[in-house]
Design a protein around this ligand. Structure first.
Ligand code: NAP
Ligand code: G3H
Length: 483
C-alpha cells in the first residue's frame, strides 16, 4: 500500500483478509475538499464480494469468539500501537481526504488509539452476573441463573466522513472485543483514511476473514449490505435521512443509529458570558461546524443578547480561515454541494430579514464564518442542520421560551446551558429533550467512555465504550437446577 496519499494511487479493498482490487474493475475517485483535485482511487466492491466477505466473517467469527478476552484484547492493543506508530501518515490522509486540520487529524488518531485501549480494558472488566431463584416471590432456592455475554455474529459498521478513523474504530473495536466478525463500510469520502486504519489492524495480526472493508458508494452497495441476511447487527453514524432509510431496510436486526443534530446553546441573563462565548465559538466553528455535536443555534435571553452578539462578532472575525494544512479553524467544506446548501440557508434567512452580523462570503466550497442575529422560526436556518460555519442567534424572553424552541426541533442530540445558577441549570437541563445536556460547556461527544446518544431524529440506541460493548453482544442465561 502507499506510504503517502499525495502519491496518486489506487487503493485495494480488504476482503476476507486479503488486499485486492475489486472484480468490478471499477474504482471511485476521491477528491480532496481543499486541494480540489483527485488524491487517489478506491475500489467499487461488488455484491458478490460482499457475499464472500460476510461468509468469511461468519466462518472466522467462531474461532475468534473462542479466543480468550485477553487474546482478543492483545490484538486490539497492538492495533492501537500501530495507529500511534503511523499517526503522521494516517493524519495526513485524514487531512487530505476530509479537509480536517492537521493537528486535529493527529488528535483523532491518538484519541482512537486511546479509545481502543479503553475498550479492551472495559471488556476485560465486564463481568457476568448470577441470580438466585428465590429472589422472586415463591421462586425455588435451588435455581441459580448464570448470565454471560455472547457475540451477535457479524456486525455491519457504517461510518460518516467527518471522523473517518475515530467513528469507525468506535464501532469496530467493541464489535471485535465482543467476539463478532465485522463488515466495515466507510463513508466514500473517508475511505482512504479507513483503509489506512485497517492496514494498521492487519499489521497487528487480526486473523484473516474476521473483518472486511467494503468500499463503495452507499447508494450502490448500502442497501445490499443493510438488507443482507448474514448481517446480525448494524451500527450506523451519519445523517438522519440516511438513518431513517436504514431503519426501514433493516427489519428485525438490532440497530444503533447516531444521527444529526441541531444542538442549542441556551444563554441565560446570569451567564458568565466569557465562558459562554468561548464554548459557543469552539462548539460552533471548529472544523467549519462539520460535527454532529456542533452548536447549531444560540437561544439567548434578550437582556444579554446585544452584549453576547457583540462578543461573538469580534471572535468570529478573528477566526482563522484557510487550509487544514495551516490548521485553520474554518476550512473548505467536504464538497461544493454542502457549501451550496449552507449558502442557501444564509440566503433564506437574509431574505426573511435576519441581521447579518458578519460573514456571508464564499470562495468555491470555502464558506466564511457567518453570524446571523434576530433569526426567527420562519427561517430554515432555525431548524435545519447546516453542517457548516453558520450560527443563528434567536433572542428569547424567558427560559421557558428557550426550552420550547429547543424542543420544537426534530433533533435531540445535545444542548448547552449557560447560567451561574446551578439549580436553574438543572431545571432547564431536565426539560430539554436531548441525549446529553452540558452545563457551562460546549456540546461534545467525549470523553469517549461517557454514554453518547441522541433522541428523536438524532438517533436510536446508545454508543460510548461500555454501551457499545453491550449493544454488540447479547445475554445468555444458563440455569443450574441444584439437587
Ligand atoms: P451520510 O451521508 O448519511 O453518510 C453516512 C454513511 O452512510 C456513509 O458511509 C455513506 O456512504 C453511508 N450510506 C449512504 N447511503 C446508504 C445506504 N442506502 N445504505 C447504507 N449506507 C449508506 O452522512 P455524512 O454526510 O457522511 O455525515 C454527516 C452527517 O452525519 C451529519 O448529519 C452529522 O450530524 C451526522 N453525524 C452524526 C454523528 C453522531 O454521532 N450523532 C457523528 C458524525 C456525523 P457513502 O459515503 O458512500 O454515501
Ligand atoms: O460528528 C459527530 C461526532 O460524534 C462529534 O464528536 O463532539 O468529539 O467532535 P466530537
Amino acid at each position: 500500500m502507499a506510504s503517502n496519499v499525495s502519491e496518486l494511487m489506487t487503493y485495494k479493498a480488504y476482503l476476507a483478509g486479503e488486499w485486492k482490487p475489486s472484480s468490478s474493475g471499477e474504482t471511485i475517485a476521491i477528491k480532496s475538499p481543499y486541494l480540489r483535485e483527485t488524491i487517489g482511487f478506491v475500489q467499487a466492491v461488488t455484491q458478490e464480494e460482499v457475499d464472500e466477505a460476510i461468509r468469511a466473517a461468519h466462518e472466522a467469527e467462531k474461532k475468534w469468539a473462542a479466543l480468550s478476552l485477553s487474546e482478543r484484547g492483545a490484538v486490539l492493543n497492538r492495533w492501537a500501537d500501530e495507529l500511534v506508530k503511523d499517526e503522521e501518515e494516517i493524519a495526513r490522509a485524514v487531512m487530505q481526504e476530509v479537509g480536517k486540520g492537521y493537528k486535529d487529524s493527529r488528535k483523532e488518531v491518538v484519541r482512537t488509539a486511546d479509545l481502543i485501549r479503553y475498550t479492551v480494558e472495559e471488556a476485560l472488566h465486564m463481568h457476568g452476573e448470577s441470580l438466585r431463584g428465590d429472589g422472586f416471590p415463591g421462586g425455588p432456592q435451588k435455581k441459580l441463573g448464570v448470565v454471560e455475554r455472547e457475540p451477535l455474529g457479524v456486525v455491519l459498521a457504517i461510518s460518516p466522513f467527518n471522523y473517518p478513523v475515530n467513528l469507525a474504530a468506535s464501532k469496530i473495536a467493541p464489535a471485535l472485543m465482543a467476539g463478532n466478525g465485522v463488515i466495515f463500510k466507510p463513508a466514500t469520502q473517508g475511505s482512504i483514511s479507513g483503509i489506512k486504519m485497517i492496514e494498521a489492524l492487519d499489521k497487528a495480526g487480526l486473523p484473516k476473514g474476521i473483518l472486511s472493508l467494503t468500499t463503495g458508494r452507499g447508494s450502490v452497495i448500502g442497501d445490499y449490505l443493510v438488507e443482507h441476511k448474514g448481517i446480525d447487527m448494524i451500527s450506523f453514524t451519519g445523517g438522519s435521512s440516511t438513518g431513517r432509510h436504514l431503519s426501514k431496510q433493516s427489519a428485525m436486526i438490532p440497530l444503533v443509529l447516531e444521527l444529526g443534530g441541531k444542538d442549542p446553546a441556551i444563554v441565560c441573563e446570569d451567564a458568565d458570558l466569557d465562558v459562554a462565548v468561548k464554548s459557543i465559538m469552539n462548539g460552533a466553528f471548529s472544523y467549519s461546524g462539520q460535527r454532529c455535536t456542533a452548536i447549531k443555534r444560540v437561544l439567548v435571553n434578550e437582556k444579554v443578547a446585544d452584549k453576547l452578539v457583540a462578543m461573538l462578532k469580534s471572535q468570529v472575525e478573528n477566526l482563522s480561515v484557510g487550509s487544514p494544512e495551516e490548521d485553520s479553524t474554518i476550512v473548505p467544506l467536504i464538497d461544493d454541494k454542502s457549501a451550496d446548501f449552507v449558502q442557501s440557508l444564509i440566503d433564506d434567512a437574509l431574505a426573511k430579514n435576519a441581521t447579518l452580523v458578519t460573514g456571508n462570503s464564499r470562495k468555491d466550497n470555502l464558506i466564511y464564518p457567518t453570524l446571523l442575529d434576530n433569526v426567527t422560526e420562519e427561517m430554515d436556518v432555525a431548524w435545519v442542520e447546516p453542517f457548516g460555519p453558520v450560527l443563528p442567534v434567536i433572542r428569547v424572553k424567558t427560559d421557558e421560551e428557550a426550552i420550547k424552541l429547543a424542543n420544537k426541533s426534530e433533533f435531540g442530540l445535545q444542548a448547552s446551558i449557560f447560567t451561574q445558577d446551578i439549580d436553574r441549570a438543572f431545571a432547564v437541563a431536565k426539560q430539554v429533550e436531548a441525549g446529553t445536556v452540558q452545563i457551562n460547556g460546549r456540546t461534545e461527544r467525549g470523553p469517549d467512555h461517557f454514554p453518547f446518544l441522541g433522541v428523536k431524529a438524532s438517533g436510536m440506541g446508545v454508543q460510548g465504550i461500555h454501551n457499545s460493548l453491550i449493544s454488540m453482544s447479547r445475554q445468555k442465561v444458563t440455569v443450574m437446577n441444584l439437587k
